[in-house]
Design a protein around this ligand. Structure first.
Ligand code: GTP
Length: 241
């Protein structure tokens, strides 16, 4: 079980489901990594809350969002760990978020060649934490709505994705469906990207097999704050990472 430092603040966005999860919901942990400013927070927020956040600040440590989704008739819980891109905000949390990971989403900004050039370092960090090619991984180029500022073309990104055996998606957290999406027409929708990952996960062993109806597990209790743009209401939660 992870011991979470008291100073660490996890953020739980809305679980987008009006129904309570069934008592034995399988939970899958997906980490989202990439340089600071590529849009990791916006992408995870878009998926979990269904909208683009009005304002974001640099993530400190890790934010935590989750969503219940239905895959082939089974409700599973997807936990998105939105990690800090800035080194100084990552150090204390790195060990925690690389534990029990089911899938990795690498993000770069299509308008930033530097963020693309950083990808090998992020892949290497995963390797150092024993996350190799056996863990489903995808590559996401974000900010496709900024058509006139693109620095990383689809062909180059596709070559990189192929070389690392990852599917490539190009999207915009701000305006999904916008952009020219390179050779594929309009850009991918954020929802569809994460659902693709979820489908890959379905056949895997979950992080946690059971969850009491109330949603609280015997484990380390941490304090979660609702998403930046939601209420600041505090709530207790169990972290079983
Ligand atoms: N135009 C455009 N701007 C975006 C998009 N996604 C994110 N942004 C902007 O990019 C900036 C950084 O977004 P974040 O989601 O905070 O980036 P991050 O990767 O989480 O950054 P760290 O928390 O520092 O690691 C913000 O000003 C967002 O509004 C997008 O798809 N299009």
């Amino acid at each position: 079980m992870a011991s979470v430092e008291s100073s660490t603040e996890f953020t739980s966005s809305l679980t987008v489901s009006s129904n309570l999860p069934p008592p034995r919901t399988r939970i899958f942990k997906i980490i989202v990594i990439g340089d600071s400013g590529v849009g990791k927070t916006c992408l995870t927020y878009r998926f979990c809350a269904g909208k683009f956040p009005e304002k974001t600040e640099a993530t400190i440590g890790v934010d935590f969002r989750e969503k219940l989704i239905d895959i082939d008739g089974e409700t599973i819980k997807v936990q998105l760990w939105d990690t800090a891109g800035q080194e100084r905000f990552r150090k204390s949390m790195v060990q925690h978020y690389y534990r029990n990971v089911h899938a990795v989403v690498f993000v770069y900004d299509v308008t930033s060649a530097a963020s693309f050039r950083s990808l090998p370092a992020w892949i290497e960090e995963c390797k150092q934490h024993a996350l190799g090619q056996e863990v489903p991984r995808i590559l996401v180029g974000n900010k496709c709505d900024l058509l006139n500022s693109v620095q990383v073309g689809t062909d180059l990104a596709q070559q990189f994705a192929d070389a690392h055996s990852m599917p490539l998606f190009e999207t915009s957290a701000k305006n999904p469906g916008s952009g020219d999406g390179g050779s594929r027409g309009s850009s991918d929708h954020v929802e569809a990207i994460f659902m693709t990952v979820a489908h890959k996960l379905k056949s895997q062993k979950p992080l946690i097999l059971s969850q009491p109806p109330g949603g609280v597990l015997a484990g380390d209790t941490v304090t979660l704050r609702r998403g930046r743009n939601d209420s600041e209401e505090k709530e207790s939660w169990a972290c079983s990472c």
